[in-house]
Design a protein around this ligand. Structure first.
Ligand code: FEO
Length: 171
């Protein structure tokens, strides 16, 4: 793999682990305000983000290239209720989608067909992540601040379960 592709993939590892940190901060926040279901949803997402980072890590190694781990930024920890957090998630995931598209575009420009093919799984994953987030935002907007509905939504979000992914399972 050439250096440009190697660099953008290493930067993407950092973004995935930053995402995990961000979701963990959100999970702790939800826990602190007693929303266990929201806390579960964001904690499951944090684990998935770690998988996303590890899959790229293993891919770089499989291509006999160099993993270059960079400092993970501390997440913003100022949150203001479930709707604010989920709008923050959607905006964050849209940025990640752009970043994944940049990997796809660069691998095309550099004629790296293996990376172009590899990154397709992430393109599909981003569609799912944005859709799942939007679904929660729509419900939050519909319910407004009605406590009983928030209670039910929180219960619903306790059901999200972590499904692990790794480099071999996505192929
Ligand atoms: Fe790994 Fe939320 O994108």
């Amino acid at each position: 793999m050439n250096t440009k592709v190697e660099d953008i993939l290493n930067a993407q590892i950092n973004k995935e682990f930053y995402s995990a940190y961000l979701y963990l901060a959100m999970s702790a926040y939800f826990d602190s305000i007693g929303l266990k279901g929201f806390s579960n949803w964001t904690k499951v997402q944090a684990k998935e983000e770690m998988d996303h980072g590890m899959i790229i890590f293993d891919y770089i190694i499989a291509r006999d290239s160099k993993v270059n781990l960079q400092t993970i930024e501390a997440p913003d920890i100022v949150f203001d209720g479930p709707l604010n957090v989920f709008e923050m998630i959607l905006s964050h995931e849209k940025e990640v989608t752009e970043s994944i598209e940049s990997v796809a575009n660069l691998s095309e420009d550099e004629c790296d067909k293996a990376t172009r093919c590899f990154i397709d799984w992430y393109i599909g994953e981003q569609v799912e992540e944005e859709a799942g987030t939007l679904e929660v935002i729509k419900k939050l907007k519909m319910f407004g601040t009605e406590c009983s509905m928030l209670y039910h939504l929180d219960k619903e979000l306790t059901q999200r379960q972590y499904k692990s992914h790794n480099y071999h399972s996505i192929g």
